[in-house]
Structure formats: C-alpha cells, structure tokens
Design a protein around this ligand. Structure first.
Ligand SMILES: [Zn+2]
Length: 123
C-alpha cells in the first residue's frame, strides 16, 4: 500500500489522547491535519471504528495498512472530510515540526515538548 498527500497541511499536530497512545503504543501521535481530498491511496486501507468512552456513536475511523499494520490516517466523525495523517509513515518527514498539541489532559507527565506554539487541553 502506498499513499500520496498533496499540498500543504492545515497544521502539524501532536495528539496526547489516550486513543492515540493505545493505537501507536507510545506517549503521543504526530499528525498532518489536512483534507480527505488531499490524500490519494494506492491500495486498500483497513478500518477500525473506535467509539468514544462517553459517546454512543462512532468516534473515529482508524485506517491502517492491512499488510504491515501501520496506522496511516484517522478521521474524526465530528469533523467529516478532515484527516489526521500519521507523520511517521511518510517517506520524508525530515521537514515536519509540530506547532500545536492537543488533548493535553491525557499527556504523560514526563512529556515536555519544545517550541509548541499552541497547547490545548482537548481539541
Ligand atoms: Zn489522539
């Protein structure tokens, strides 16, 4: 499976939410926020629909590579058409620096990121 993201992202965002910690097996995720129309996928992504802890509806689609299991993109149902592309899966991620962090309510206490312009408790 290959994909291409074209154009500029809306933002580069660190997400500290518990869902991202579980999905990535780490302390946070790093995401390019963009529009679904900016992403073209060569192949088929598998999907896991995750429900929120306090919601009775679907909370987020987590799409992943069926061959290697890597998380590729998440789509929040509340913001249809907007995607969060997992930066670690890009071929070239050398020029990507986050400016925003969200869901700081779930941030691990030892995490202290430098040069983050905007920090939000939630999103
Ligand atoms: Zn998250």
């Amino acid at each position: 499976m290959r994909y291409e993201f074209s154009g500029d992202p809306i933002a580069v965002v660190v997400c500290h939410c518990e869902h991202c910690q579980r999905q990535g097996g780490g302390a946070f995720s790093l995401n390019l926020i963009g529009l679904e129309s900016q992403l073209s996928v060569d192949g088929t992504l598998q999907n896991y629909q995750e429900t929120g802890e306090n919601d009775d509806g679907v909370y987020v689609n987590r799409r992943f590579c069926g061959s290697c299991g890597s998380p590729i993109v998440s789509e929040l149902l509340q913001t249809e058409g907007v995607i969060a592309l997992k930066v670690g899966t890009l071929d070239d991620r050398s020029d990507i620096t986050p400016a925003v962090e969200v869901w700081c309510v779930d941030k691990q206490p030892w995490v202290d990121l430098a040069d983050i312009a905007v920090s939000m408790d939630r999103e």
